[in-house]
Structure formats: structure tokens, C-alpha cells
Design a protein around this ligand. Structure first.
Ligand code: SF4
Length: 369
């Protein structure tokens, strides 16, 4: 049953340092209040009570055992969150804007899910974005084929191209699958769309908007989750309304105008933790050689204004594949520092201890003695 890899699903759990990781992809990125409670109970009863929200707006329940899988699958089946087989689950890699109104976006996602039954085999991380709120907000999130809002219509856009082609709600799902077929036929060794140039008469730019920030808004209250993690108990406390998952490590609590600030939630858009990415690190990830998140919390108050920091347990960089102003990467139990780059780039300093990094001015002037 267990398959190791970098794209775990509910039917293909991944072994990690703290047990199995079960990835769940809610339809259209939304869960009813009852589903949120059921998933929180599942994480508490059969996992280790920790839930991660990923950058493709999926949930990961951690710390499950093989013996718990049948019960977990039964819960997911009851919630309509279990695909018929691992291949269908892998294909249903759709990121949905959390700021939709009306029913156009959920209908589009449902039609795209159905159309994907005819999609060719695609690389593991290849995915779709349905970005059809009042403006397209997912441009910074990972996706290969995008259905987006433009000024006068919807458009279909291949990632990496500035423009898209006009589509309708009715034909967008099939046109998206056609584009996936073109990719499969022409990709060669490429695993992502960016860099390829499909033959499209693309001339319409998306109408772009800003990602959602923590705080109140017209659709509800957005709460940030430090490093994308929440405990089952805290998640259960938040419920009472439907929840939309965002790719920005936050949850949109539909219709909620205010919440009481508490440990484990970010409600202030100026909180420096929002500018820090940190993966699971030790002991939760088998590939990690250093601790990440406790260090990130200690460094948060010292992070220079506006700067971004990424702490990665190894060179894979799961939490933030893009460059950051400062990146600390674990290697053989110590940290390497990269300036304006990614884990695995050439470090400016290597072999750093926690003590080195916690020097008062380290983040401002790492080369100072
Ligand atoms: S980047 Fe972090 S979470 Fe990803 S494999 Fe490395 S240590 Fe594990």
C-alpha cells in the first residue's frame, strides 16, 4: 500500500519520520464545516494530531500507521474525498482560487475533474489552476495549465506564456485537457509546461489581483497558519462554517468577520512569520539533517523588514522551491547559507551551527565576525 515519493495521496501515503502522510485534495479547495470536523477527528484519532496545508491547497494528515489506513479511507469515502484509484487521484491535481463567488468556479472545477478522465498520463507535479474569481490571483502558485479571469472573458493560458486564449465556461475544461494532450505529445524530457510554447493564438492577458492576506475580507476571515501547520484541536475549534484552502498557507473561514487571536494562528498581515518558509525538518522528515521550525520562530523577530527567509531541512527545498532573500539549508547536521537563491545553490557560508545563526545581527550581516 505504501509508496515512497514526493506526491503522496490518500491512496498512496508517503512514509515520513513521524509515520505515514496522507494527502487530501478537497474538491474546489473547499470543505464543509462537517468535513473539517471529521478530518480533525481523523487526524486526532488515527494520526498524530498534526495537519499540514500545502502550497497546492491540499491537506496532509501526518503520523498515521498502516493499520489505520482502512478506517481513514472509510472516513474519506464518506466525505466524498476518496478517488476510485491512485491514478485518478494523481490526475485530480487542480488548484482552485479561494476567492470565487457564485457557482461558476465550482462548476468549472467539477467539469474539469470529469474531463480529466480522458487526460493522458502526466508528470507527478503537473497541475491545473482554476483562477476565475473577480481577478486571477494564483499566478505565483504552481500550475501548468490555467483557466483564468480576463477583462472580458475567461482565458486558457499555458504556464510560462504571458497571454491566453479566450474560452467559455462550457469549453474551458475540454480545451484544458487538449492542451494537456499537446504537452504529453511534445514534452520530450520536460516535466512542466513553462518553457514550452504550445501553438495557441494567445493574445489576452489575465486580469490579475493580489493574493489573500490574513484578516477580515468580503468573503470571510483569512487566518494564516505558521509554516502551513495546524493542530487537529485548533482546526476543530475554528469550524462552524465552510472553509476554503489557499495556496498561501492560510484558510478562509467563510462568512466569519472576526476571530480571537490565539497561538497557532496568524491574523496580522504584518506578522514576520508570513515571510518565513520552513519545511518539516527533523525529526518529522527522514531526509532532514537539521531542525527547522523552532529555529524559524527564534529568528522571526530579527528578520529585516520585508526580507524573506527559507529554512530547509535538506537541499530539496519542499517548503519554498523559489528563491528567498536568505536560505538556510541543512547539510550533515549543520546549515549552509544562500543569499537570494534556493536550497542547493552555492552557499556564501557553510557548516553553520545554530549558535552561529542565532548571533544577534546574523540575519542583517551574516559575514560580520
Ligand atoms: S526539504 Fe524538508 S521536508 Fe523536503 S525532503 Fe528535505 S527535509 Fe524533508
Amino acid at each position: 500500500m505504501t509508496v515512497r515519493g514526493w506526491c503522496p495521496g490518500a491512496l498512496r501515503p508517503m512514509a515520513s519520520g513521524d509515520g505515514l502522510v496522507l494527502r487530501i485534495r478537497p474538491h474546489a479547495g473547499r470543505l464543509t464545516a462537517g468535513a473539517v470536523r471529521a478530518l480533525a477527528d481523523l487526524a486526532q484519532d488515527h494520526g498524530n494530531g498534526l495537519i499540514d496545508l500545502g502550497s497546492r491547497a491540499h491537506l496532509q494528515l501526518r503520523g498515521l500507521t498502516e493499520a489505520a489506513l482502512p478506517a481513514a479511507h472509510a472516513v474519506l469515502e464518506g466525505l466524498g474525498l476518496l478517488d476510485p484509484d491512485p491514478e485518478a487521484e494523481a490526475r485530480r491535481n487542480i488548484l482552485t482560487t479561494p476567492v470565487w463567488t457564485g457557482d461558476e468556479t465550482p462548476r468549472l472545477v467539477a467539469a474539469l475533474e470529469a474531463a480529466l478522465a480522458d487526460a493522458p498520463p502526466l508528470p507527478a507535479k503537473f497541475g491545473f489552476a482554476v483562477d476565475t474569481g473577480a481577478a486571477a490571483v494564483l499566478g505565483g502558485a504552481s500550475a501548468d495549465i490555467r483557466i483564468e479571469r480576463a477583462e472580458r472573458s475567461l482565458i486558457l493560458r499555458a504556464d510560462g506564456m504571458a497571454m491566453g486564449v479566450p474560452v467559455t465556461v462550457e469549453d474551458a475544461p475540454h480545451r484544458a485537457v487538449e492542451l494537456a494532450r499537446w504537452f504529453a505529445a511534445h514534452r520530450g524530457a520536460a516535466r512542466r509546461m513553462a518553457g514550452l510554447r504550445p501553438p495557441m493564438e494567445a493574445s489576452v492577458p489575465p486580469l490579475t489581483g493580489a493574493p489573500l492576506q490574513p484578516g477580515p475580507g468580503p468573503l470571510g476571515f483569512c487566518v494564516g497558519l505558521p509554516f502551513g501547520r495546524i493542530t487537529a484541536a485548533l482546526l476543530r475549534d475554528l469550524t462552524g462554517t465552510p472553509v476554503r484552502l489557499t495556496p498561501w498557507r492560510s484558510l478562509l473561514l467563510e462568512g466569519v468577520s472576526n476571530i480571537t487571536p490565539r497561538e497557532g494562528l496568524i491574523t496580522d498581515p504584518a506578522d514576520p512569520l508570513l515571510r518565513i518558509s520552513a519545511c518539516t525538518g527533523t525529526p518529522g522528515c527522514l531526509s532532514a539533517s537539521v531542525e527547522t521550525r523552532a529555529l524559524a520562530r527564534e529568528l522571526a523577530g530579527r528578520l529585516p523588514e520585508g526580507a524573506t527567509l527559507h529554512i530547509s531541512g535538506c537541499a530539496k527545498g519542499c517548503a519554498h522551491p523559489a528563491p528567498a532573500d536568505l536560505t538556510l539549508t541543512g547539510r550533515e547536521g549543520r546549515y549552509d547559507l544562500v543569499i537570494r537563491g534556493k536550497p542547493g545553490d552555492t552557499p556564501i557560508l557553510g557548516g553553520l551551527t545554530r549558535r552561529d545563526i542565532l548571533r544577534p545581527r546574523f540575519l542583517r550581516d551574516p559575514l560580520a565576525p
